[in-house]
Write a protein that binds this ligand. Structure first.
Ligand SMILES: *[C@@H]1O[C@H](CO)[C@@H](O)[C@H](O)[C@H]1NC(C)=O
Ligand SMILES: *[C@@H]1O[C@H](CO)[C@@H](O)[C@H](O)[C@H]1NC(C)=O
Ligand SMILES: *[C@@H]1O[C@H](CO)[C@@H](O)[C@H](O)[C@H]1NC(C)=O
Ligand SMILES: *[C@@H]1O[C@H](CO)[C@@H](O)[C@H](O)[C@H]1NC(C)=O
Ligand SMILES: *[C@@H]1O[C@H](CO)[C@@H](O)[C@H](O)[C@H]1NC(C)=O
Ligand SMILES: *[C@@H]1O[C@H](CO)[C@@H](O)[C@H](O)[C@H]1NC(C)=O
Ligand SMILES: *[C@@H]1O[C@H](CO)[C@@H](O)[C@H](O)[C@H]1NC(C)=O
Ligand SMILES: *[C@@H]1O[C@H](CO)[C@@H](O)[C@H](O)[C@H]1NC(C)=O
Length: 661
């Protein structure tokens, strides 16, 4: 009975979360009851009557609404977010949103707008985000400015705008994002920039506009959160034009399809007269890369030189004491010392990811970076036969080290003792060879997260993970255990702080009942994609309230004595197992149906046996495993025979007794 009630309640809940509202040929999807609806791409010409008045978030794109007016959405006056992308809207009439006081976002992307009435955006008390991307706008006078006092972001990308001159009384005081990507803006005048004056923390995007000229003094004493000039052919025009301005983040990178000139040191001179914290120059080429290139970089806090065709950084770079973050991804260094790290003594973060050549870590190349906390050397074809103490010498403050996706690394014992403060070590997909019988990770007292997935590790080494007293998260995905089994004594024995353990794709067949006995603080264990059977669950029976993933294993029957253990966990994933749906598994199947709230992936949790139920969802299986009619018949016959036999026996006994009197 209880089970039925639970099932019924679950069914109701389930329906509530994905109800489909039908109205003739249109169907909107309900994402959250009377709140969030998606009516995209249904060929609608009006708002369906079935949408509740209380709807707050409506995705209505890809329908057909050539004109919108005060009646179109009048019923839905609780709207907060309205997406009308590509609805072929040409006309936005007076007072279209007059009673939508709470509307904060209107998306009109991809509509060929011909007319927007002056009062079309009246109503919303705090319209914050307006998307007018790809709407054919060529003149900013087109935008009705009434009621935009609270506007924070205005997206005007991919239009035909040639001048950024906003209407004089445009309320810019709260503006934070102004996006002019891919327009035809080539010149910025002082007057244009002046109108933006009241916006104090503006991010201005000019990507894909080739800026050919900026009026001298246009940016004088102006302040911006970020300026983006991606794809501008002349970097010097931009830098000279920005004179005397303060820009937190300046994006001056380029794109593959832009045919711009190489940068030389003279072109960067303008930067000396701009106050910039962060600069990105990705994908440019430098014609005379030398220490002079850096002469105007001295006040930078972050420098991004991703994919700038660098083979080395020059020695003799001076004054880069402010730089905290240096990004040198996708370049062609052959040895780590070629970055002349000593020139950047204050670095906290260094990224050399995706190096295009085999990167040799060299010896002591980073030893001057005493403050370095984060080092990313992933995907850089690094190979080392005796790692990593000489290579990472004196990085005493390093907390994050990413060496994933590299070539084979041979780790010595205490291989990271130069970085005693490591908190995260990622060696995923790097073939890790340990030449010593001890742990290469010894004495990493602060290490919390270690990713050793797909490292081809020798897991039989019981001491592999000793000396990690703070480890909380260990990923061993894709490593193979000898004999496909985790024995009683194993490398998990000292990891009693572990909370998350990933052992998926480890080709495991079995786990000893005591294998995890020292892991008392687990909250998440992923054993998916192995060949484990139901009996392996025994190894976890001392754990409570965990997330357990057993998906894609060989679990067919779960023995009744393990069911109480499943009950005490918080979430279990048993999808993609060859589950047995016969009476031998009836205890588990009944438990399963009563505990659906604990189970994830039940859509893929299917029967494999008996053949008649193959592919049926476990939730849909109905088994009756009581005594059958035939069984009752035989039982009656048996009892009858027994009575007959007994009465004969009694008769014989009495006769024999009387005969002897
Ligand atoms: C819509 O506008 C028309 C013309 O201005 C007006 O008569 C009508 O009352 C308005 N409808 C609503 C629902 O406000
Ligand atoms: C929804 O709004 C319309 C028009 O404002 C009103 O006539 C109708 O009664 C409302 N429906 C409900 C269920 O409140
Ligand atoms: C400026 O904007 C940035 C991001 O848009 C935000 O992180 C920062 O806190 C803002 N600063 C101020 C002073 O509002
Ligand atoms: C920049 O500021 C300096 C000093 O205030 C001034 O002399 C110079 O003219 C300014 N440059 C521009 C282009 O406004
Ligand atoms: C390490 O780098 C790889 C590849 O760049 C990335 O996928 C991974 O998320 C990084 N690891 C961490 C912990 O950030
Ligand atoms: C390794 O695991 C960490 C922690 O789960 C994760 O952040 C990182 O992205 C993983 N690395 C790779 C290469 O997937
Ligand atoms: C177990 O986990 C909790 C919560 O994350 C943590 O506070 C506690 O210190 C951990 N205990 C041990 C022995 O690691
Ligand atoms: C169950 O686990 C499998 C394997 O890890 C995963 O692909 C699937 O998404 C999980 N199911 C759910 C509902 O998270």
């Amino acid at each position: 009975m209880a089970a039925r009630v639970i099932c019924f309640l679950l069914a109701v809940l389930f329906c509530a979360s994905c109800k489909v509202i039908t109205s003739l040929d249109q169907m909107c999807t309900e994402k959250e009851a009377s709140k969030i609806y998606n009516c995209e791409n249904l060929g609608l010409r009006e708002v369906p009557n079935t949408l509740p008045n209380a709807t707050q978030f409506l995705e209505f794109g890809f329908n057909f609404l050539p004109t919108i007016q005060n009646t179109t959405f009048s019923r839905l006056n609780n709207l907060v977010f309205l997406d009308l992308s590509r609805c072929q809207i040409n006309w936005v009439h007076e007072d279209t949103f007059q009673s939508h006081y709470q509307l904060d976002t209107i998306v009109l992307t991809g509509n060929p707008l011909i007319f927007m009435a002056d009062t079309s955006l009246n109503g919303p008390k705090s319209l914050k985000h307006l998307f007018l991307t790809q709407t054919g706008i060529s003149n900013l006078e087109f935008i009705p400015i009434h009621n935009l006092e609270n506007l924070e972001s205005l997206y005007l990308g991919s239009n035909y705008i040639s001048s950024i001159k906003l209407p004089k009384d445009f309320p810019t005081q709260n503006l934070k994002v102004l996006d002019f990507q891919n327009n035809a803006i080539h010149y910025l005048s002082a007057e244009d920039i002046d109108i933006l004056g009241k916006a104090t923390n503006l991010s201005l995007n000019f990507n894909g506009n080739d800026i050919k000229g900026i009026e001298p003094g246009a940016f004088h004493s102006k302040t911006f959160q970020s300026l983006t000039f991606g794809g501008t052919l002349s970097v010097s025009t931009v830098l000279n034009g920005l004179q005397n301005s303060t820009v937190q983040s300046l994006w001056l990178g380029t794109f593959e399809d832009v045919d711009d000139q190489d940068i030389n040191s003279n072109m960067l001179e303008g930067l000396c007269r701009v106050s910039v914290d962060v600069i990105n120059l990705q994908k440019h080429s430098f014609s005379d890369f030398s220490s002079t290139t850096f002469q105007c970089f001295t006040r930078l806090k972050e420098l991004d030189l991703t994919q700038t065709h660098l083979k080395e950084l020059p020695s003799g770079i001076k004054g880069m004491d402010s730089l905290k973050k240096l990004v040198l991804n996708v370049n062609s260094f052959s040895q780590l010392c070629q970055i002349n790290a000593a020139s950047f003594p204050s670095l906290i973060e260094l990224y050399i990811k995706g190096n295009l050549k085999k990167l040799d870590l060299g010896v002591n190349c980073l030893e001057k970076l005493e403050n370095l906390q984060k080092l990313d050397l992933s995907h850089s074809s690094i190979e080392a036969s005796d790692c990593c103490n000489l290579q990472l010498r004196r990085l005493t403050h390093l907390q994050y080290l990413n060496l994933s996706f590299n070539d084979p690394l041979h780790l010595q014992s205490k291989a990271f003792k130069e970085c005693p403060r490591l908190q995260l070590l990622d060696l995923a997909f790097t073939h890790v060879q340990v030449n010593v019988p001890h742990s290469p990770f010894q004495n990493l007292y602060f290490l919390q997260v270690m990713n050793l997935s797909h490292c081809s590790l020798d897991i039989s080494n019981q001491h592999l993970l000793t000396g990690l007293p703070a480890l909380r998260h260990l990923n061993l995905q894709g490593n193979h255990f000898p004999d496909s089994t985790i024995p009683e004594t194993n490398l998990f024995q000292n990891l009693n702080t572990l909370e998350i353990l990933v052992l998926s794709f480890c080709d495991l067949l079995s786990i000893h009942q005591q294998a995890f006995h020292s892991l008392g603080n687990m909250s998440h264990i992923d054993l998916s994609h192995n060949r484990l059977t139901g009996d392996s669950i025994d190894a976890l029976s001392h754990l409570k309230g965990i997330y357990l993933n057993l998906a894609a294993n060989s679990v067919d029957i779960i023995p009744p004595h393990l069911i109480p253990f499943l009950s005490q966990q918080s979430t279990i994933n048993l999808s993609h197992n060859p589950l047995d749906c016969t009476c031998s598994n009836i205890h588990f199947i009944s438990w399963y149906k009563e505990n659906l709230q604990k189970l994830e992936g039940s859509e893929e949790t299917l029967c494999a046996n008996p053949p008649s139920l193959k592919g049926v969802k476990l939730t849909d299986v109905k088994l009756s495993c009581g005594i059958t009619g035939l069984g009752i018949f035989f039982l009656i016959v048996f009892l009858f025979l027994l009575i007959v036999l007994l009465s004969f026996a009694v008769k014989f006994f009495l006769r024999w007794k009387y005969q002897n009197i």
